[in-house]
Design a protein around this ligand. Structure first.
Ligand code: FE2
Ligand code: FE2
Ligand code: FE2
Length: 473
């Protein structure tokens, strides 16, 4: 229907939709809020699962994808909380479980016994169910009256398009038809949960059947021990001290870019560690989880910058022994607040002159524009992380100095079993540096510099902030 008052063929209604579309009855505020709360619950549980499963997930690519997907979900949770708060609804009731069968649905996925089952449940069941609910919302709500929700659903669907493309590829790459067939009973249970809940959005008639828990019959236990895939063959190796090399003025900037790419790739251990803080710190405001998960994703990005850096240099990063000793030690020896203290201590230490600015300057001086670019953003991200630390860690203390000292003390307390790991046969702390440096020199077409080639300082006595490791550690 054309409005008789239409003006010179301008689109009506700010271009949102036609006048006809804006005349449909749509959802009432009450119906809309009831659905939004279910999407909110679904995003919150998806975030929880992606975070809780990334530390012990061995496959590097999945760790990185889970980091991104957790970040995406955390952002949409925040948007939905805000939207529900706009809808005449105090008390908001956002911490309530909208349906016990939905709780079982997500509990089951959280407890999926293998990576294969986990990714099928996430990317072929849970996310598509939420996607369908959001699409349904767009079809059924009044696009003018409920435009803020419409916009929010569209953003979420945009993110989901990429997420599901990744998920579909992951399922094809990592599972086979035989495994998927063996999985059918459990997948059927997930369908039963949704049917009993009246669909994810609660718009269907509930099946009336009761659902029996399978994998979630026992409460989920978070596995804090980091795991890595076969491309990380020497995860206890602390044979090459990157920081001592980086800050030694006698070494030129070009090989220092290699060391910085190593430092970046090694940052996989930060998501592994932050996932444990997030998972084991309940009861915080949502902005805490949102900020911490943003940082977790940034750290994953930094790791991938390292991967890209090595690839650009034509150096096979499997030659670089990326350890997990830091996340392992923190996750198994410290309480969540103590881990956060160590993180804060390290990150605020990156802000002075010999920290992130220095790394960026080395990148510039090395004539490797990619290294300079990555360090530029790494620095910007770390400034944000220092702020997140001030917002969520520092506030636990009466003054900044004691917060920093506590972080230092927590880090000094952890046992990095350099000798123990060697004596137990877990690693020889092999010096992998000469091989990697030689490979890069070949690509650069230069002869290796003998003093760079001879670099052989380990982490035995000097930790990453260049402090001497105390005799007890
Ligand atoms: Fe970092
Ligand atoms: Fe970083
Ligand atoms: Fe950081």
């Amino acid at each position: 229907m054309n409005s008789p008052s239409a003006y010179r063929n301008l689109p009506p209604l700010a271009g949102i939709c036609s006048l006809d579309e804006a005349m449909k009855p749509g959802l009432s505020v009450e119906q809309c809020v009831a659905r939004l709360k279910r999407y909110h619950y679904a995003f919150k549980r998806l975030h929880e699962i992606f975070v809780a499963r990334l530390t012990a997930e061995p496959i590097y690519e999945l760790k990185m994808a889970f980091s991104l997907h957790a970040h995406i979900c955390a952002e949409h949770v925040a948007a939905l909380r805000k939207r529900v708060g706009e809808m005449r609804e105090p008390p908001l009731g956002l911490e309530e479980i909208p349906d016990p069968n939905l709780e079982i649905f997500f509990d089951e996925i959280l407890a999926a016994p293998t990576t294969e089952e986990l990714i099928v449940a996430l990317y072929a069941k849970a996310v598509p169910a939420l996607q369908a609910a959001l699409e349904n919302h767009l079809c059924e709500t009044n696009p003018l009256a409920d435009h803020p929700s419409v916009r929010l659903c569209r953003f979420a669907l945009l993110d989901f398009a990429n997420l599901l493309k990744y998920g579909a590829q992951a399922i094809t790459s990592l599972t086979d038809a035989k495994r998927r067939a063996a999985n059918q009973t459990w997948i059927g249970l997930l369908d039963e949960c949704l049917a009993a809940a009246g669909g994810l959005d609660g718009t269907q008639t509930p099946s009336g059947n009761s659902v029996t828990r399978q994998h979630s019959a026992k409460p989920f236990q978070f596995d804090a021990r980091p795991r890595r895939d076969e491309r990380f063959p020497d995860p206890y190796n602390m044979g090459v001290n990157a920081e001592v090399f980086l800050y030694d003025e006698k070494f030129p900037p070009e090989p220092k870019t290699l060391m910085m790419f190593y430092k970046r790739l090694r940052e996989i251990d930060v998501p592994e560690m932050m996932a444990s803080i997030i998972t084991e710190t309940p009861g915080k405001p949502w902005d805490y989880y949102r900020d911490m998960t943003r940082q977790l994703w940034d750290e994953a990005r930094h790791a991938m910058m390292g991967e890209v850096g090595f690839t650009q240099l034509g150096v096979d990063w499997r030659k670089v022994m990326i350890n997990f000793t830091w996340s392992l030690a923190l996750n198994t020896q410290l309480k969540p607040i103590e881990r956060h203290a160590v993180l804060y201590f390290i990150e605020q230490g990156l802000m002075p002159k010999n920290g992130k600015r220095f790394e960026w300057e080395v990148g510039l001086a090395s004539h490797n524009p990619l290294s300079a670019l990555f360090q530029d953003y790494d620095w910007a991200d770390e400034v944000l992380h220092a702020k997140i630390g001030r917002d969520w860690y520092l506030k636990e203390f009466s003054d900044a100095k004691s917060a920093v000292q506590y972080g230092d003390a927590c880090w000094s307390r952890i046992l990095m079993g350099w000798k123990q790991w060697r004596d137990d046969g877990l690693t020889q702390h092999r010096n992998w540096w000469p091989d990697v440096y030689r490979a890069a020199c070949e690509r650069w077409g230069v002869t290796p510099d003998p003093k760079v080639l001879a670099y052989a300082t380990t982490y035995e006595t000097v930790r990453a902030d260049l402090k001497a490791i105390s005799a007890s550690a």
